[in-house]
Design a protein around this ligand. Structure first.
Ligand SMILES: Cc1ncc(COP(=O)(O)O)c(C=O)c1O
Length: 394
C-alpha cells in the first residue's frame, strides 16, 4: 500500500461525508440545484460584514516593504495585543499579548494545543455528540479520545465525566455553543465541571486542562451569554476562530487564548508557539491577522440565523419532529423517528433533503440539520420534511 494504513483507515471511517457529497451532487444533477435542500454543511452562507470589504481593500493595496513576509510564529504583537484586550473585556480577566497565539482557524488551534499538551496514550475527555474532527485532532498527536454521554437535553453530565476521569486524563474538551446540538452550557455546568476537575487534579497530582472550542461563541439567541471558562478554572485554554462570526471559514484565521493563571504557563505558551511552527502552519495568515484586529467586536447578522432557527423549529415541531431547541450555533439536532438514523437520512434523501446522520457525531438516533441556508430553502423544505415523516410512519 502506498499510503499509511492509518490514513487509509481514516479515509474509510469518514467516507459517509464523501457519500453525502456524492449523493448531493447526484441529486443536483438529476433535479437541478434549486430543488435540492442541502442542510449537510456547516459552511456559513451569510456575507461578512460590509466593513470587511473596505478594510480588506485597504490592506490589499498597502505596498509597505515586508508586509507579506514572515513574522513571529505566534503572530503580530499588535494584533495579539488588541485581541488580548478584547478577550480580557469579554471574559473579565487580565490577559496580555503573550497569552494569545494566532492560529489557522480553530482546527489549526486545536491541533497546536493537542500537540503541545499530549504525551503518547494520554486521554482527552469529550462529551458526545461532538464535532467528529476532534477524534482526528487528538489521535494526530498520540492521544486517546474518551467519549462521555451528555444528558437528554445535551447538557453536561458530571457523573459520566467523573467516571471517565483517570490518571491518564490530560484534558476535557468542550464545545459551546455546540456543534451538532446547538446547546450552550450554563454557568452552573461550567462551575461544576471546574470543581470536578480541581478535585481530580489534586488527586492525581497534576492539573487537567479544560479546553473550550468556541467558534460559535457570538452566535447565540435570546440574549444568552456563553460563560467563560477562564473565569472558572485556572488550567484553561480557549480555541476560537473568525470562521463563523465573520463568515471567514475559508480564510483560516483564529487564535488560542491561554489563561494567565495556568500552571507552567511559560512552558505552555512556548510549546504552543513551537507547535504552530513545526506543524507547518508557521504562522496564521498575515493579512487576515491585520484584518481581524480591525474587525474586533464586529460580526455577521445573528438575527438572520435566529429567524431561520425559529422558522425551522416551528415547522419541524408542527410536523411532529422531536428536538431540543438550539440555543446557539446554526445546527438543529433532531431525533430520528427510527433508531437507525442512517435509514431515516436515506429516506429524507428521497425528498431531496440532505442532512447528516447523528451517528457521524457520536449521537446515533438523531440527525443534524445545518440551517446556514436561505429562508427560502427552509420554507420550501418544510413540507417535504413533513411528508417524509408521514410516509415513514405510514
Ligand atoms: C465545533 C467546531 N470546532 C472547530 C471547527 C473548525 O473551525 P475552523 O474553520 O475555524 O477551523 C468547526 C467547524 O465547523 C466546528 O464546528
Amino acid at each position: 500500500m502506498s499510503i499509511s494504513s492509518k490514513v487509509k483507515e481514516s479515509i474509510e471511517r469518514s467516507s459517509w461525508i464523501r457519500k453525502m457529497f456524492e449523493e448531493g451532487a447526484r441529486l443536483i444533477q438529476e433535479h437541478g440545484e434549486s430543488n435540492v435542500f442541502d442542510f449537510s454543511l456547516g459552511n456559513p452562507d451569510l456575507d461578512p460584514p460590509d466593513s470587511f470589504y473596505d478594510i480588506m481593500a485597504e490592506l490589499a493595496s498597502d505596498k509597505t516593504n515586508g508586509i507579506h513576509g514572515y513574522m513571529p510564529n505566534a503572530g503580530f504583537p499588535d494584533v495579539r495585543e488588541t485581541i488580548a484586550k478584547r478577550v480580557s473585556a469579554v471574559h473579565d480577566v487580565h490577559l496580555q499579548q503573550e497569552h494569545i497565539i494566532m492560529s489557522c482557524g480553530a482546527a489549526g488551534g486545536l491541533n497546536v494545543v493537542m500537540k503541545t499538551i499530549l504525551n503518547e496514550g494520554e486521554e482527552v475527555i469529550v462529551p458526545r455528540p461532538f464535532f467528529v474532527e476532534y477524534s482526528f485532532y487528538i489521535d494526530n498527536h498520540g492521544g486517546n479520545i474518551v467519549l462521555v454521554d451528555t444528558k437528554s437535553d445535551f447538557s453536561l453530565n458530571m457523573d459520566t465525566i467523573e467516571r471517565a476521569l483517570s490518571e491518564k486524563t490530560k484534558a476535557v474538551l468542550i464545545n459551546s455553543p455546540n456543534n451538532p446540538t446547538g446547546r450552550v452550557y450554563s454557568e452552573q455546568e461550567i462551575r461544576s465541571l471546574a470543581d470536578l476537575l480541581n478535585r481530580h487534579s489534586s488527586e492525581i497530582g497534576h492539573p487537567v486542562y479544560l479546553i473550550s472550542d468556541e467558534p460559535y461563541r457570538e452566535i447565540v439567541y435570546e440574549g444568552r451569554a456563553v460563560p467563560s471558562i477562564l473565569k472558572q478554572y485556572h488550567q484553561s485554554i480557549i480555541v476560537t476562530s473568525y470562521s463563523k462570526k465573520l463568515s471567514l471559514a475559508g480564510e483560516r484565521i483564529g487564535y488560542i487564548a491561554v489563561n494567565s493563571s495556568c500552571v507552567d504557563s511559560d512552558d505552555l505558551i512556548a510549546g504552543l508557539i513551537l507547535s504552530n511552527r513545526i506543524l507547518g502552519f508557521v504562522n496564521a495568515p498575515a493579512i487576515m491577522q491585520r484584518l481581524v484586529a480591525r474587525l474586533e467586536g464586529t460580526m455577521v447578522a445573528v438575527d438572520v440565523y435566529k429567524k431561520r432557527r425559529d422558522l425551522l423549529a416551528e415547522g419541524l415541531r408542527s410536523a411532529g419532529y422531536d428536538f431540543a431547541e438550539p440555543q446557539g450555533a446554526f445546527y438543529l439536532f433532531c431525533k430520528s423517528p427510527e433508531e437507525d438514523d442512517v435509514a431515516f437520512v436515506r429516506h429524507l434523501q428521497k425528498y431531496n433533503i440532505l442532512v447528516v446522520p447523528g451517528k457521524g457525531f457520536g449521537g446515533p438516533g438523531y440527525f443534524r440539520i445545518a440551517y446556514c441556508v436561505s429562508e427560502d430553502i427552509i420554507e420550501r423544505a418544510l413540507p417535504r420534511f413533513r411528508e417524509a415523516l408521514e410516509s415513514w410512519q405510514g
